[in-house]
Ligand binder design. Structure first.
Ligand code: K1U
Ligand code: ZN
Length: 173
């Protein structure tokens, strides 16, 4: 029997969100199946990106779709930032692992990233705008970093308490 397509997304402050992902060793059938499930999970959750870390797989794999039409999926395997612009801007971010929380994070305006695509072919991606922000956000996930770690300790603690409380209440319901 096939496994269900949608994967459960870890919620902050789950300690598994802080694991550092290892490189994907081979772009094989297992990775193709994972990509399919991550894309389905991202679209189902109305996200614009998803890192493997968020579905408890600690390998360097990201899926992204910043298109309005939601039909332009991107797959980045073993991504590495080759260049990040020194110009930065603070913009509002959200995260499927930190539901209901949005706050400002400063990021490089543009990045150049080298990665394998879903077929294992090496690509260089020049990104700006939302795509650049999303790539940086997802690559942080692969390093075990969640966007709330850019916020003040006070804000982060408040977010943590709010989410822990919500998770306890959801378990009781
Ligand atoms: O990593 C994730 O959990 C996905 C995350 C990606 C992201 C959103 C915004 C800025 C940077 C990275 C989301 O898709 S959150 C949900 C969402 O669709 C969204 C939230 C705020 C702005 C734009 C989109
Ligand atoms: Zn996120």
């Amino acid at each position: 029997m096939n496994p269900p397509l949608l994967l459960p997304i870890l919620s902050y402050p789950d300690p598994r969100l802080h694991k550092v992902a290892k490189p994907v060793q081979a772009v094989d059938e297992r990775i193709h199946a994972l990509i399919e499930r991550m894309l389905a999970t991202m679209y189902d959750a109305n996200g614009i990106g998803l890192a493997a870390t968020q579905v408890d797989v600690h390998e360097r794999l990201i899926v992204i779709d910043v298109s309005e039409t939601r039909d332009q999926p991107m797959v980045l395997i073993n991504p590495e930032i080759e260049w990040a612009s020194p110009e930065k801007r603070k913009g509002e971010e959200g995260c499927l692992s930190v539901p209901g929380i949005y706050d400002g994070v400063e990021r490089s305006l543009a990045v150049r990233v080298r990665a394998l695509d879903g077929q294992g072919v090496e690509r260089t991606i020049e990104a700006e705008g939302m795509l650049a922000v999303c790539i940086q956000h997802e690559m942080d996930h692969l390093m075990g970093k969640v966007f709330v770690e850019y916020l003040s300790p006070l804000k982060r603690d408040r977010i943590k308490s709010k989410l822990v409380k919500a998770q306890r209440e959801a378990q009781r319901a």
